[in-house]
Design a protein around this ligand. Sequence first.
Ligand SMILES: NC(=O)c1ccc[n+]([C@@H]2O[C@H](COP(=O)([O-])OP(=O)(O)OC[C@H]3O[C@@H](n4cnc5c(N)ncnc54)[C@H](OP(=O)(O)O)[C@@H]3O)[C@@H](O)[C@H]2O)c1
Length: 479
Amino acid sequence: MSEVRGTAAVIEQFNHAFVHHLPDELDELVGEECVLEGIQPAPDGDRHEGRQACLAFWRSLAADRGTRFAPEEVVVAGEHATIRWRYHFGDGPADSVRGVNLMRVRDGRIVEAFGYGKTAGEVPLATPDAAVDAGWDGRSYHVDSGAGIDGLTLRRHRVAAPGPGQVLVAVRAAALSYRDLMVLRGDYVLPVKPDVVPVADGAGEVVAVGAGVRLVRIGDRVAATVFPHWQDGPFEVGQLAQLGGSLDGMLTELALLDERALVPVPAHLSFAEAATLPCAAVAAWNALTGDGGAGLRPGETVVTLGTGGVSLFALQLAKALGARVIATTSGPEKARRLVELGADEVVDYRADPDWPSVVRELTGGRGADRVVDVVGDLAQSLAAVKACGQVAFVGLLSGRTPALDPGRLFASGATVRALAVGSRAQFAAMNRVIEEHRIRPVVDRVVPFDRAPEAFRHYASGAAFGKVVIETAQPVRRV
Ligand SMILES: NC(=O)c1ccc[n+]([C@@H]2O[C@H](COP(=O)([O-])OP(=O)(O)OC[C@H]3O[C@@H](n4cnc5c(N)ncnc54)[C@H](OP(=O)(O)O)[C@@H]3O)[C@@H](O)[C@H]2O)c1
């Protein structure tokens, strides 16, 4: 639980907003307006009594109205206030609505409020008393490694209230990466747990926090890092656990995550845009800046390969850092879009398979300072990079591993650096550049949560230019 620093005015407005901005379902059910008066202010600094005062009030209200309201949690933390509740309108376990209201409070006034309610439907609900201690419920997709897109199943389940250091995130969007296809195909390089909630990338809103959480607050807009244990510094074997692989991922309505797995998302991005960042953008950022030296410097030449998620971010970030970008792609229409995004030169690798020679010509025979290689044909990258340049080895899209002559590597003097996404610190540093340069991720399309398999099929078809995003079906309304 966060600190409670509510004042009488805050609580009063909080309840006023709750009464006057009930979701439609509740408006229909309530029938008469209930007036919430007499709630005790939460004493400054006394979190337990403040919360108890709120709960006691809601319980007395419930008693007055025939045990119909079952508040589960009231938290006022700094600028943020939240209440989650059940409203029982009949005797059966399914005759109830469950919801949450979130508020942002500044100088004693509610400046923003939103809330939603859900009829319970098939969810077996506890009795009102038990509901006070119950967790949350939400839907998640699940899959076994190798089960393919048809193996995706959607299930509703309980999510425990966050424990110490944990945060409950209402996921608003998840984005697909190549690794997610590999998990479904069964050829992903890292371990995948059975019945995993797939997809590493997602962004959402903090709706509840556990004891001792200090890094985020209720209402924060956050994205999850792919490797939750990797905070900073070089990657280590003990940090291999990752979302949508050995850990449950983000294709869910509610994700329970460690607070250290979260970063705030740039304010100018929508949730759909922010969801695209954790894997592809952070890998691109690492490829450009994570070499242990000065990283990319203005005026350097960077080669990006193709128009996948990593490469488009590498293009956008490299341009923001002042580089010249030579991009390769497979056709004229994609080439046109690359130029729109800022590419200085584009090489069609289908028309000109010897693209490294073109890169050499374009750089006066010198070669590029850096190649961001998502394809894995390192001999090509070494042919394109300057003497003692940098090849960031990001992926193996080619599906084959051509033999690499060690003599060629030696002669190039180049550094070939294989990398795995990036740390939380790298994610945060990248976000500062994205925010400063108002970079907007390229989103190909946004598919509703209920149609997630369609999003996988579209992405797997190779037809997407930019990220394919799945938007969760949270009926959150701003009021
Ligand atoms: N190491 C890491 O941390 C990390 C992180 C993210 C991704 N990856 C890896 O990086 C690779 C790219 O990931 P992504 O998410 O950006 O993939 P993606 O979005 O699926 O990229 C697909 C695009 O790559 C291009 N492409 C495909 N095959 C190609 C080939 N043989 N030669 C040249 N271009 C080709 C195509 O663009 P054009 O038609 O324009 O050529 C295609 O549209 C994958 O292997 C992935 O596993 C690694």
